[in-house]
Design a protein around this ligand. Structure first.
Ligand SMILES: Nc1ncnc2c1ncn2[C@@H]1O[C@H](COP(=O)(O)OP(=O)(O)OP(=O)(O)O)[C@@H](O)[C@H]1O
Length: 726
């Protein structure tokens, strides 16, 4: 979820929604325009939840189209946002397009062409309103060519609703550990969050409200910019042989652009060639004080001399204390809050007490922190000298900053490209390298092909127990679009469902995936229904929550959705529950969307005898010494561990007479079931066989088998058809 300093504008017309979200921290504007498929604006709500705006601007005229609930209730759901109503005239799409052309950091001819304008007039209108409001009401003016503009239509991105983001533990883990704290390593975001740059982490620009001294921030920004420009020649060399269009684009737009070398020459007229950004407080302070070249400002050179003299005096004072008090391990440490102070551990004190002249004593862990009158006075002079250096350096850099600002569009491109490379290298590529020897593969994509994953693994769970994790395969296609997964409690059903979804998401964000092979049909919406207990806040019962979540999925899915349902219909009577699960499945299998359904209801598996596009799978479990031995291996067919409920009851200490009686009842029920199923199976068996052969032949088009392998495959297919083994 993006937080803070986002202002969003909404404009709707019939079922179309245009949204503009202006993010102050990133100096970026996100435009979206799409057809709202949900009557209660669920897609729009998901987007607003993602942007989490502090202000939400809507048009004062927003009549609800037929059958829609109206914007009012949606806007009320954004509890953190201040609502602002503007006259419809402020949402002028022509003005919006002109403003964006003027403010955009990149060339906008592609996205603001006449075609685009006609098609996406709602989000352009929304953009006009937000830009007008920040100018007139807030007094902010956005500099020309400085705004990053992104556009998401409903056709080229995958949306994940807020509940699914929680269910899949994408940003934060659901499970609380024994200390009631969330396990911070347990989410997909934690696994991928290994980027090194600020942009890569999506943290963004400095918050104007933060209490950072202006000149210090300026010096640090200029040094960082110089360091970024320094790496461009190296980057150009590294990308020399790159073949991907993305990397080639980075090389041509960054490394060969003359604007960057001109900028660097201008910076090194003022800044020392070897000025580096340092992370430690002490090193960064020294770097900042000495960043500007000698001779640029006489007063600055004088302040530096005082800074050096006092720093040297402080260092000598430390040596003096070591000898005088016989404390060879005594250290003088610098931090931003206290400046220089004495640090000595209990152990190094060797049972001596601290000298009387040591004042302001505090204890941190096993160390004492303190100072002396002499050190405090030197510290003060040293701090004043540093402050004077910052002030003077800041002034020296003002001209330079003015010059740099003119090139802001190139800086925006530089920051965006380096953040992108950071994400690709330090997050995605690092993930692959650090998980070796576990395999991560480059996923393949097809327009209408299957989702096929070989030896797929859960990216988060695998990182916790790499040796023990059992990989599993997945195959879903339009001809097998409903997969029913059964298995006892704790056999790994939920994990498998989450694993398939997380692998799909990773593939769609451009990351390698934990599998030995993976191919995907483009998924534009992920839906999940995973029971996580009652929603106390909304006072919904388990059943009600289940129904609401399922209704949401059934109302909003489309042909390219991926749906995972972990149990449905448990919270009501057995017959009603099965009826709901059965009819929802029938609805889902009649569409082109792909669904995986985990359930304890074994009867749901009968769907596979009626519909050829339903596949049943089970997670294998053995019973050893009356105990369940979980294998976590997914196999095709019905469960290999029938009546595990009875086994569990027996292990739990049920009287044997009760268990025996239960076994007799189950056996009688099963006999009747078998008879009924035999009739059904007989009727559909030959049809199913032919369907499966046709399906396999059809999907050969998406494989890249060699001719020899293909011949082999066809022969095996023929043999199993003749053997009746399909
Ligand atoms: N493929 C796997 N390899 C190794 N361990 C696994 C695997 N899948 C699941 N597990 C382990 O099994 C535990 C139980 O898995 P999970 O919660 O998915 O079972 P479940 O069948 O959904 O249970 P329930 O029906 O009670 O919800 C997990 O916490 C995980 O530690």
């Amino acid at each position: 979820m993006i937080s803070m300093r986002v202002i969003a504008t909404l404009l709707t017309l019939r079922k179309q929604v245009g949204l503009a979200a202006l993010d102050f921290r990133m100096a970026s504007l996100h435009l979206s325009q799409f057809i709202e498929t949900s009557r209660s604006y669920q897609n729009t709500a998901a987007l607003l939840h993602f942007f989490n705006p502090e202000t939400l601007i809507i048009s004062s005229y927003n009549a609800a189209p037929d059958g829609m609930v109206g914007l009012g209730s949606l806007v009320d759901r954004c509890k953190n946002a201040r609502k602002v109503e503007l006259a419809r005239g402020c949402f002028d799409d022509t003005k919006g397009a002109l403003m964006l052309q003027n403010l955009a950091a990149k060339d906008t001819s592609a996205i603001l062409s006449e075609n685009y304008h006609k098609q996406f007039y709602l989000c352009l209108g929304a953009a006009a309103a937000v830009l007008k409001w920040i100018d007139i009401d807030q007094g902010y003016l956005i500099t020309k060519n400085s705004l990053q503009i992104t556009f998401n239509g409903s056709f080229d991105h995958m949306s994940i609703d807020a509940t699914s983001v929680q269910n899949l533990e994408i940003i934060e883990p659901l499970v609380l550990d024994t200390n009631k704290k969330k396990n911070k390593r347990g989410s997909l975001y934690n696994v991928l969050n290994t980027t090194k740059t600020v942009g890569g982490q999506k943290e963004g620009l400095t918050d104007p409200a933060a209490n950072i001294r202006r000149s210090q921030a300026l010096i640090s920004a200029v040094i960082l910019l110089k360091n970024a420009l320094d790496v461009l020649p190296v980057l150009s060399e590294v990308l020399q042989n790159a073949t991907s269009s993305l990397l080639c684009n980075v090389r041509t737009s960054l490394c060969s652009h003359s604007a960057y070398s001109v900028l660097k020459d201008r910076i090194v007229e003022v800044i020392e060639e070897d000025a580096m950004h340092a992370r430690s407080a002490f090193a960064s302070r020294t770097e900042q004080c000495f960043a500007v070249k000698y001779g640029v400002d006489g007063m600055l050179d004088l302040a530096r001399r005082t800074f050096c003299t006092t720093s040297a005096a402080i260092s000598k004072l430390g040596e003096k204390y070591q000898k005088e008090f016989d404390l060879p391990k005594l250290k003088l440490v610098y931090n931003q809050r206290h400046g220089f102070h004495i640090v000595i551990t209990e152990l190094d004190l060797q049972e001596k007490s601290l000298p009387k002249s040591f004042v302001q004593v505090t204890k941190r862990g096993k160390s004492f922190c303190c100072s002396t009158d002499e050190l405090m006075s030197l510290n003060k002079r040293n701090q004043e000298a540093a402050a004077e250096c910052y002030k003077r350096t800041g002034r020296c850099l003002e001209d330079l900053a003015h010059h740099i600002r003119k090139d802001i569009r190139y800086l925006a491109l530089l920051s965006e490209s380096l953040s992108l490379l950071d994400m690709m290298v330090n997050s995605f590529a690092t993930l692959v390298i650090t998980r070796l020897p576990a395999t991560y593969v480059r996923p393949e994509f097809s327009e209408n092909g299957p989702i096929a994953i070989e030896a797929g693994r859960h990216p988060v769970l695998e990182s916790i127990h790499p040796e023990e994790y059992v990989p599993n395969n997945t195959f879903m296609a339009e001809s097998t679009n409903l997969v029913i997964v059964t298995g006892p409690n704790m056999s790994g059903k939920s994990t498998y469902l989450r694993q398939v979804t997380l692998i799909t998401i990773m593939a769609h964000i451009g990351c390698y995936v934990p599998a030995s092979f993976a191919s995907f049909r483009i998924v534009d919406h992920v839906f999940t229904r995973i029971g996580t207990g009652d929603n106390l806040e909304l006072n919904s019962s388990t059943f009600m929550a289940e129904m609401k979540e399922t209704a949401f999925i059934l109302q909003n899915l489309n042909d390219r959705s991926l749906i995972i349902i972990d149990e449905l219909g448990r919270g009501t009577s057995t017959s009603d529950g099965l009826a709901i699960a059965w009819s929802s499945s029938e609805y889902l299998l009649s569409l082109k969307a792909y669904t995986i359904f985990a359930t304890h209801m074994e009867r749901l598996g009968e769907l596979a005898t009626l519909y050829p596009n339903v596949k049943t799978c089970f997670l294998t479990v053995d019973i050893v010494d009356k105990r369940l031995d979980f294998k976590y291996l997914l196999k095709e067919g019905q469960t290999n561990c029938p009546h595990y409920g009875l086994t569990l009851a027996e292990i739990s200490g049920f009287p044997s007479v009760v268990v025996e009686n239960a076994r007799r009842i189950t056996a009688r029920l099963q006999e009747k079931e078998k008879l009924r199923l035999r009739v059904g199976q007989h009727k559909f068996q030959s049809l199913r066989k032919e369907y499966h052969v046709a399906q396999r032949l059809f999907y050969i088009q998406y494989s890249n088998m060699t001719e020899a392998t293909l011949r082999n495959y066809l022969q095996t297919l023929k043999d199993s058809y003749l053997r009746n083994d399909m």
